[in-house]
Design a protein around this ligand. Sequence first.
Ligand code: NAG
Ligand code: NAG
Ligand code: NAG
Ligand code: NAG
Ligand code: NAG
Ligand code: NAG
Ligand code: NAG
Ligand code: NAG
Length: 367
Amino acid sequence: MLRLAQPVVFCALLCSVCASCPPRCECSEAAHTVKCVSKDLRSIPSGIPGYTRNLFITGNQISRIGPECFKGLDNVTTLSLSNNRISDVESHTFTSLRSLRSLDLSNNQLAVIHPEAFTIQNQSLRELNLSRALYNHSSVMDLATSLRWSSLGTLQGLDLSGNSLIYLPLRIFSHLASLRRLQLSNNSLVSIHNSTFSGLERLEELDLTFNALKTVSEEGLQELDSLPRTRLLLGENPFTCTCGIEPFALWLNRSQRRVRDADSLVCAFPAAMRNTSLLALGKLTLGCHQRAAGADLALQTSYVFLGIVLGFVGLVFLFVLYLNRKGIKKRIYDMRDACREVWEGYHYRYEIDSDPRLSQVSTSADV
Ligand SMILES: *[C@@H]1O[C@H](CO)[C@@H](O)[C@H](O)[C@H]1NC(C)=O
Ligand SMILES: *[C@@H]1O[C@H](CO)[C@@H](O)[C@H](O)[C@H]1NC(C)=O
Ligand SMILES: *[C@@H]1O[C@H](CO)[C@@H](O)[C@H](O)[C@H]1NC(C)=O
Ligand SMILES: *[C@@H]1O[C@H](CO)[C@@H](O)[C@H](O)[C@H]1NC(C)=O
Ligand SMILES: *[C@@H]1O[C@H](CO)[C@@H](O)[C@H](O)[C@H]1NC(C)=O
Ligand SMILES: *[C@@H]1O[C@H](CO)[C@@H](O)[C@H](O)[C@H]1NC(C)=O
Ligand SMILES: *[C@@H]1O[C@H](CO)[C@@H](O)[C@H](O)[C@H]1NC(C)=O
Ligand SMILES: *[C@@H]1O[C@H](CO)[C@@H](O)[C@H](O)[C@H]1NC(C)=O
């Protein structure tokens, strides 16, 4: 009887756990939602009910997540783990979340991201928020590998803002063929290179505001032109309005329809140009060509002048030599005689003094 009762009690306990809510969380079956917000949790709580579609475990102290955390949560479509201290994302952490569409890992400290960290059985993921999620710039290499290996072919939105990114590894997005929206604002990107954005055929929106772009090189402009359907945001960059910016200003004038904030792009440097609209640059003409030509002319003039001066100095020198030719000849002979005397004196002394045997021989010979 007891033996029979035990499993029943166990099962009842299990079911009460299933139906109930993990400690320090709020569950709403009607809304299919579980929230464990700012409760000082150190790990993902167990016993999250199977009906859950929206799971928020935010503002806690969670530092590690792995595949065992989300077993049996087939119905979760939205998972937010923002504002934790997650530093490691292990392989296949989210695999069992077979309906997951939106994953928010913003405001974490991801230092180690496994190559298959974001692999999901059903390839259902649409939105990935990694805003302020990377520990430092070094993590971007891990991220690049992971974006390639995690089969994210269905991803439509990726937020990488606020990650102190200085450069983007080449072809980092090349496996995100469905991506529509890419947020790269509030990083420290200094340039755009060939194939930085390769593979993003469907991209509709690219946000590059609040970066460190001083200009966009011809290579970068070509790269942006390879995304003809993408609307761009480029504001709040420290554009430097010297001659080098001309191709970018011309491109901007051509691409006003695509660059949504083209009207508000202004120079940040030099001080005299601050707040000048980049679109007005073409009309103002920076005068680069004239100035460059002028500089060339000045340089040539100075070379010619230097040549003339050197030639004149040379002539004077030769003339002085010519006038002094007799004196010089005499002095050379004098010098030769002096040298000879010194040499002979030295030679003599050497023969006498240097070899003790020789000197002995010579003294004995004298005797
Ligand atoms: C997911 O939801 C469906 C229908 O709402 C339900 O039948 C199923 O049991 C749920 N899955 C789990 C693991 O509870
Ligand atoms: C796969 O994901 C889709 C939504 O993208 C969902 O409708 C479907 O039920 C999922 N399949 C499985 C086996 O969970
Ligand atoms: C990503 O998360 C940040 C902070 O939690 C939020 O401000 C931002 O709007 C989110 N990005 C998207 C695309 O929803
Ligand atoms: C990033 O953090 C790691 C671990 O602390 C460190 O080794 C690395 O040098 C850091 N990289 C940068 C660019 O600061
Ligand atoms: C950019 O990020 C820094 C820290 O990463 C934050 O303090 C700042 O508010 C962000 N700025 C914008 C405009 O998002
Ligand atoms: C960019 O790369 C493509 C091939 O990936 C190459 O054909 C092209 O010449 C490169 N352009 C520049 C400016 O390097
Ligand atoms: C820059 O120009 C805009 C209008 O074009 C003006 O509203 C703003 O005050 C100016 N800022 C500075 C710092 O001059
Ligand atoms: C900018 O484009 C307009 C046409 O959209 C053109 O009339 C104007 O001359 C261009 N300005 C420069 C400097 O190229």
